[in-house]
Design a protein around this ligand. Structure first.
Ligand SMILES: CC(C)(COP(=O)(O)OP(=O)(O)OC[C@H]1O[C@@H](n2cnc3c(N)ncnc32)[C@H](O[C@H]2O[C@H](COP(=O)(O)OP(=O)(O)OP(=O)(O)O)[C@@H](O)[C@H]2O)[C@@H]1O)[C@@H](O)C(=O)NCCC(=O)NCCS
Ligand SMILES: Nc1ncnc2[nH]cnc12
Length: 297
């Protein structure tokens, strides 16, 4: 897929439709949500079109390449979900997608969390629609938790050798915090209770989907135990990130007249400390997906 085709997918207006092309439509929504997250600016310490943030091994082009490599994965996992599978077939698709991502990015982890989170949500969308149920944000999240939550947590109790060395599990052991797996197993409470209400409120008040997405990101950062902040900055890094995000929200967030300058200043503070809230960025992708999943089927 060329970058222009990817852009067309990302900006494509998604309409309700029938079952036949549902996996393709769910997949387009996943790619669109991830593209919107990557293209959003300013974001503290995160990769944006005009800045690599706190990263020296990836930039916006790396993210676009990664999305191009993932274009077939999301429809495939949505289609797999229609069979109401156990976790194992979904994991096989996720692991193969991770390999394609790593090949496309020269070994850089751009979308590991997204392959997991959005992959599960796409599968849940396929499952619900196949059962004749209307797609709706809370129902899709609940389906991930009810169907696969237990198996996801079983993986934590007995991690593979590769998993045991992941940054997320190292941090979970060191600080006793949750992470991507707990979030998914619980049905994405941070996206449903922090990201989505913030996004919807600002969209209703301003009609501006970019500002709404920035507000959702800061709301997630203020409330989440982001394992990427812990990995790079320890407890101090996490609490620094959460405090700055809460401070941004306390003075009005994106409704303040100087919100952009404030967000840019926070970005500089993150970059100066090499902090990057990758978990919050992933859950922003989830939030943007949930914001548009209602009525897709
Ligand atoms: C199931 C896995 C994805 C489990 O992951 P694990 O628990 O072992 O931990 P990680 O692999 O470290 O974390 C996974 C990614 O999840 C994101 N994340 C972090 N915190 C949270 C949170 N609280 N809630 C939700 N999501 C969270 C995060 O993704 C972002 O971080 C990426 C950069 O990460 P990393 O490379 O570690 O960071 P750097 O600082 O750059 O590292 P250094 O360069 O300094 O070393 C960023 O791009 C975002 O994506 C975590 O990365 C997985 O193990 C697994 O099972 N995979 C197989 C596929 C699968 O099972 N799929 C299931 C079917 S869908
Ligand atoms: N824009 C971004 N920058 C860095 N890490 C991320 N993980 C997910 N999105 C990201």
């Amino acid at each position: 897929m060329s970058e222009s085709a990817l852009l067309a997918t990302a900006s494509h207006q998604l309409e309700p439709g029938d079952m036949a092309d549902l996996p393709a439509r769910i997949g387009r929504l996943a790619i669109r949500s991830l593209y919107r997250e990557a293209a959003l600016s300013p974001k503290p310490g995160l990769v944006c079109p005009d800045s690599p943030g706190s990263h020296d091994d990836m930039d916006f082009v790396t993210f676009v390449r990664s999305l191009q490599a993932l274009r077939d994965y999301f429809p495939a996992i949505a289609e797999c979900g229609q069979q109401a599978p156990a976790l194992a077939p979904l994991q096989a698709l996720g692991i193969a997608a991770e390999q394609r991502m790593l090949t496309a990015t020269g070994g850089v982890n751009t979308h590991r969390g997204a392959i997991f989170n959005l992959g599960l949500l796409c599968a849940a969308g396929g499952l619900l629609a196949a059962a004749g149920e209307r797609l709706e944000a809370a129902a899709v999240c609940r389906t991930v938790s009810e169907r696969w939550g237990e198996e996801i947590l079983d993986g934590l109790a007995a991690p593979s050798a590769a998993d045991a060395a992941s940054n997320g599990l190292v941090v979970a052991r060191r600080y006793g915090c949750g992470g991507a797996r707990q979030e998914a197993a619980a049905g994405f409470p941070a996206a449903l209770e922090l990201g989505l209400p913030a996004y919807r409120r600002i969209l209703t008040e301003t009609g501006d989907s970019e500002r709404a997405a920035i507000q959702a990101l800061f709301s997630l950062m203020a409330g989440l135990d982001d394992s990427n902040l812990l990995w790079r900055g320890g407890r101090q890094g996490l609490s620094f990130g959460r405090q700055l995000a809460a401070g941004f929200l306390a003075v009005g967030g994106v409704l303040a007249t100087d919100w952009r300058a404030h967000a840019v200043a926070i970005d500089r503070a993150f970059v100066a400390r090499r902090l990057s809230p990758g978990g919050s960025a992933d859950l922003l992708g989830v939030t943007l997906f949930l914001a548009e999943v209602d009525g897709l089927y």
